[in-house]
Ligand binder design. Structure first.
Ligand code: TXE
Length: 480
């Protein structure tokens, strides 16, 4: 059985305790590898290695840091096929999705920030010739990067790339549910010649590994993506330590379909937004608001579209939905579907676990599910489900749909479908969310500020926002 190792000070090492956790393949429901059950001792050694490496990495000229990161990106690309297979096996997602999204975006993230540091500039404030202020930006030290299981390698690189590019060193803790591609990345870092200690990856549970990492006195900066409850915990424990924290948390994103939308485009994009990655993307559109006059027609078209989606072997190129990430998560999603029915919701299609005969018989597959008949303010339409489940809600007016869309505690993303330009802009301006798409979904530009309002997060990452986050501004004032 494969044994995943920690990556500390440039070496692959066992956890000091010698303890390991089981790692499951969600498509088969079987254990296929072991993860270090790391604890405070491993975390402390990793932080010390990162702290030592910071001395020279932070002074390495930008061009050289950029070259090293470009080489890392090239080496990731060299192993794309292995990474695609590993991500799919570890997470349950279709290989075709990992090949289209997860894996190509990892080197793209690294190249983007390796280039961005070369084009960054600092501010100067002239005081009418009497004095001049200029602002230096310096890395902070050891960044703690904690990433989730839904887009494992992609979101890990989204954090470590700007942290490293701006001269910090990193201790990363990938999700214990999907550790494999982070482990492969450690081997890739060694092959690419990343200086030792610059990136360290410690595997393990949130409470045993994540907590000592975030609470350590020598991790002044934390970038976290994960659940809102964990985000709240990290915000609480780190506030008295005055750490710089960026939190990217959950979402309950509205997709709003007006009657004047391009109908076919709206149906197919709404379906993609609901079910991509089995609905396990924080940006998924899980609440579908449809203008009353086209509601029945839209509902019929969405059901027809959903009925054509294939749930099956992630290795099969024709598969649209693979397995959800874990048994616990599958059970949580199925419980939510039951609750929806108890609350008076009608399951229009799906709603059940899907058993695939053969060696995937014990896999965690769920049918794509469409539910109607629930009030906008019930639990199902307020709390994140994070699975292949979408609810349909009719609306009459622009004012009404804005109120319903904004009714949750989240504010991450929204999509609006209309051919009326003014309406699109007007509604976009009224929606409480960090990201709004008009007539599209998941169209990402790495330069944009990315993050959520309300309980979807704190701070923004992306483009120069990431470089700002991972550096500390220092103003110097010169009297002339
Ligand atoms: O996330 P956790 P979970 C949502 C989604 C999901 C729910 C819970 O609704 O059902 O969150 O998922 C680490 N100190 N999202 O429980 O626990 C953990 O080890 C430091 C949305 O899997 O937040 C992992 O590396 N770290 C989300 C990371 O936090 C801790 C993606 C995320 O896991 C920790 C995933 C602690 N005390 C889930 N406890 C999105 N925004 O995309 C846990 N961790």
């Amino acid at each position: 059985m494969d044994k995943i190792l920690n990556y500390i000070d440039g070496k692959l090492v066992e956890p000091i305790s010698g303890n390991y956790l089981d790692n499951y393949n969600p498509s088969t429901g079987k254990v296929y590898s072991l993860i270090p059950d790391s604890d405070k001792l491993d975390v402390n050694i990793a932080i010390q290695a990162a702290k030592t490496a910071f001395v020279s990495w932070s002074k390495t000229p930008k061009q050289e840091r950029s070259n090293i990161l470009m080489k890392l990106a090239d080496t990731i690309e060299k192993y794309s096929d292995d990474l695609i297979k590993a991500e799919s096996k570890d997470n349950g997602k279709p290989e075709s999705l990992a090949a289209r999204v997860d894996i190509p975006r990892a080197p793209a993230n690294i190249r983007f920030f390796a280039g961005a540091i070369l084009h960054d500039s600092s501010q100067i404030h002239d005081m009418d010739g009497m004095a001049l202020n200029y602002t230096l930006r310096k890395p902070l030290g050891v960044a703690a990067c904690i990433s989730p299981w839904n887009l494992p390698l992609y979101l890990l690189t989204w954090k470590i790339a700007p942290a490293l590019a701006s001269g910090n060193t990193v201790v990363a803790k990938p999700s214990e549910v999907t550790p494999m591609t982070a482990y492969l990345l450690s081997k890739i870092c060694i092959e690419a010649g990343l200086p030792k200690g610059v990136l360290n990856i410690v595997h393990g549970l949130g409470a045993k590994t994540g907590d000592p990492l975030t609470m350590h006195k020598d991790t002044p900066i934390i970038s976290f993506t994960g659940g809102t409850i964990t985000g709240k915990h990290i915000a609480t424990v780190t506030a008295p330590m005055f750490k710089k924290v960026s939190l990217e948390l959950g979402g309950k994103n509205p997709n709003i379909i007006f009657a004047d939308a391009d109908f076919d485009k709206a149906v197919s994009t709404a379906s993609r937004a609901a079910f991509t990655n089995q609905g396990q993307i924080c940006l998924c559109g899980s609440r579908l608001f449809v203008e009353e006059t086209i509601y029945e027609r839209f509902k019929k078209a969405l059901i027809a579209k959903t009925s054509k989606l294939t749930v099956g072997d992630p290795k099969d190129p024709s598969t649209n939905l693979g397995a959800v990430v874990s048994k616990d998560h599958m059970e949580k999603i199925l419980t939510k579907i039951k609750l929806a029915e108890n609350l008076g919701g009608k399951v229009l299609i799906g709603g059940k676990r899907k058993i695939i005969e053969g060696n995937l018989k014990h896999g965690y597959f769920i049918e794509p599910t469409v539910i109607e008949g629930l009030s906008f303010d019930c639990d199902i339409n307020q709390e994140e489900i994070f699975g292949p489940v979408v609810t349909l809600i009719p609306f009459k007016t622009e004012e009404e749909v804005i109120e319903m869309a904004n009714s949750t505690k989240y504010g991450l993303a929204a999509s609006i479908f209309t051919e009326n330009i003014s309406k699109g802009h007007r509604v976009a301006a009224s929606i409480d969310s960090g990201v709004v798409w008009i007539n599209t979904w998941l169209l990402r530009d790495l330069r944009i500020p990315f993050g959520g309002m309300k309980q979807s997060g704190v701070g923004r990452e992306g483009g120069f926002k990431s470089l700002d986050f991972f550096t500390e501004p220092k103003n110097v004032c010169i009297k002339i």
